[in-house]
Write a protein that binds this ligand. Structure first.
Ligand code: PLP
Length: 491
């Protein structure tokens, strides 16, 4: 009997299968399908455009009746899976995105089965999230008084950092009174991520109140310009309240002078936030950790487990040194959220008191599995490998006369271009051709106004084959684009 026939709903029937044995068989085959996909990733293109006909198939009316599970799964296999964003693929170097792992897949499945709501209350999943909080707090060198929670990603974590800094500057009464005509100003470098400016917008302070400081020759926020801007602003009646540093910039992987920023923040009594979206987990890699010195001095730190940590999306994290202040920024008195000393509403640590979300998924489980199953040595080694591959790519580019490095390779990101007469147009075309070619997918950025091919190596599956494929395909496309047509036709 088909599953949808068994699913004839009546007032007495739940949404669980009536025939568990057949559901079980279907579920096993679904698990096999997705594991085979990951096992054979290299046999698939990194990315391919979705055919128009399939796209149109996602503009159908809301289904009133049932569809057989295996039929829906078949549509997933045929119409969704082959047209994903590509970040699981070893050839993906487009943006700073993690690859996920098979361990993450099964952990997500278990979390869905438990269907925990991690807003708060007294249950083991909360203890798992707290365990991760303690691990991450210790990893980055924050004190025991620090608090933190999982959030969707660093964009949200940066927003929380700005909100807690706002509480520090204006007091808890800002929750009732709003920001009014505050003269708060924040500081970040020209290389910082767009989510910092957006956090200022969301916080009601406005992105104009974010003063962008130039970077020095090492692509770090200029400390002298920062100091000068703070003094200038104070003299004009502004109230500097936040410095946001970067531990791994999105374009080229530069790390600010974190101790230098911490010194200024301490001297000026300004909140020190760090966007360590992917870079903060460099603490797991022995060669990178020393370059993050000063991170332990931040007041708040935003980072992701879904990038260098390879935990499946989404898994961002925010840590706040003054945990009480984080709580004061978000905790609510709603009667249905009353904490008790016994029963299910017990437990003194409720994540909903530390951020905007009430209902929250069990992101901690896939992270716990990832950290436990691999251990930090292996995760650190995979981070080191991405940096090694980037360094190799940088060396190959420098040695190739037709290629040109546009920024020093500081971490795991390489920005380069094909040398030619009209480099912006040609390299833009090379990037699109590479992406559509399906073998290796970098993205486009601009370095000092010039179009760059940006290879951000984040995926643990990427290896030397992918680096070599990127170089040889770029050379071939560059030559094809710059050679006169007659000449190439004559060959
Ligand atoms: C990815 C990234 C972000 C945004 O993080 P999300 O998890 O995508 O919200 C912020 N800053 C930097 C430096 C990043 O690389």
């Amino acid at each position: 009997m088909a599953f949808h026939q068994q699913q004839e709903q009546s007032l007495t029937r739940s949404l669980d299968p009536t025939d568990w044995a057949s559901f079980r068989a279907d579920a096993h085959s679904m698990l096999d399908d997705i594991l085979s996909y990951v096992q054979d990733l290299r046999e698939h293109p990194v990315w391919q455009p979705m055919p128009a006909g399939l796209r149109a198939g996602f503009d159908r009316p809301l289904p009133k009746g049932a569809t057989d599970l295996m039929e829906v799964h078949r549509r997933f296999m045929d119409e969704i899976l082959p047209y994903g964003g590509g970040n699981a693929h070893p050839g993906f170097m487009g943006w700073v995105q993690g690859g996920g792992t098979p361990v993450g897949i099964v952990a997500e499945m278990l979390a869905a089965g438990l269907n925990g709501n991690l807003g708060g209350r007294d249950h083991a999943p909360i203890e798992v999230e707290r365990q991760i909080l303690r691990w991450l707090r210790d990893l980055v060198g924050f004190p025991k008084s620090a608090e933190g929670i999982f959030v969707t990603g660093t964009s949200m974590a940066n927003f929380i950092g700005v909100l807690v800094a706002r509480t520090k500057a204006l007091g808890v009464k800002v929750r009732r009174n709003g920001v009014g005509s505050s003269r708060l100003t924040a500081y970040t470098s020209a290389a910082s991520h767009g989510s910092i400016a957006r956090a200022m917008e969301f916080a009601g302070l406005g992105s104009d109140a974010l003063h962008v400081i130039r970077v020095n020759e090492r692509d770090e926020m200029s400390l002298t310009e920062l100091q000068a801007a703070i003094e200038r602003d104070r003299a004009s009646g502004f109230v500097p309240f936040l410095i946001s540093g970067s531990a791994g910039t999105v374009d080229i992987g530069a790390i600010d002078d974190l101790n230098g920023l911490a010194d200024i923040a301490a001297r000026e009594h300004i909140w020190f936030h760090i966007d360590g979206a992917y870079g903060a987990l460099g603490m797991l890699a022995p060669a990178i950790a020393p370059r993050l010195r000063g991170m332990e001095r931040a007041d708040s730190l935003a980072f992701d487990l879904h990038k260098w940590g390879q935990v499946p999306y989404d898994a961002g994290f925010v840590l706040v040194r003054d945990g009480e202040l984080q709580r004061a920024t978000f905790a609510s008195q709603a009667p249905y959220l009353t904490h008790d000393r016994r029963g299910m509403a017990a437990g003194d640590w409720w994540p909903c008191d530390y951020g905007p979300d009430l209902s929250r998924s069990f992101k901690a489980l896939k992270t716990w599995f990832t950290l436990m199953v691999f251990g930090t040595d292996a995760l650190g080694a995979s981070i080191s490998r991405t940096c090694f591959l980037a360094a190799e790519l940088g060396r190959i580019v420098e040695a190739a006369s037709e290629l040109e490095l546009l920024a020093p390779v500081r971490l795991n990101i390489v920005c380069f271009r094909y040398r030619c007469n009209d480099p912006d147009a040609i390299n833009t075309r090379i990037i699109a051709d590479l992406q559509e070619g399906g073998l290796v997918a970098p993205s486009l950025t601009k370095i000092r106004g010039n179009v760059a091919i940006r290879a951000a190596i984040v995926n643990h599956r990427t290896d030397m084959r992918d680096v070599e494929a990127l170089v040889s395909a770029t050379l071939a496309l560059g030559r094809m684009a710059t050679q006169p047509v007659t000449q190439s036709a004559a060959r």
